[in-house]
Design a binder for this molecule. Sequence first.
Ligand SMILES: C=C(N)C(=O)O
Length: 126
Amino acid sequence: MREIIHTDDAPEAVGAYSQGVETNDLVFTAGQIPLTPEGDLLDGASIDIQTEQALENVEAVLAESGLEMDDVVKMSVYLDDIDDFDEMNEIYETFFDEEAPPARSAIAVDELPKGVGVEIEAIATK
Ligand SMILES: C=C(N)C(=O)O
């Protein structure tokens, strides 16, 4: 089983990908950038605002599958600038149970789509 997830509560894809894909037991979100569901790109915003929007988008895609952030098993965070790591973490941690957050990778990359500062994706279990 492979089911495409789509919700108006997360932004439309900016390329040839689905907002999320559901399999029997797992939900994979696309990398979410700080783009609002209405299509406003927050590329000039501070990294905490960008992180919050990206995570709200992840949350919305998961919600379409009936899942919550506590169902996430692995997060991947891509930063345009590793100096944003601490500021990203301050917002990031507010989205999860502080005793049992998911596994995570946080990686600085050369560039991100649309010139944003952060892109975040999740793998969640049903
Ligand atoms: C933003 C993306 N997830 C992409 O371009 O693949």
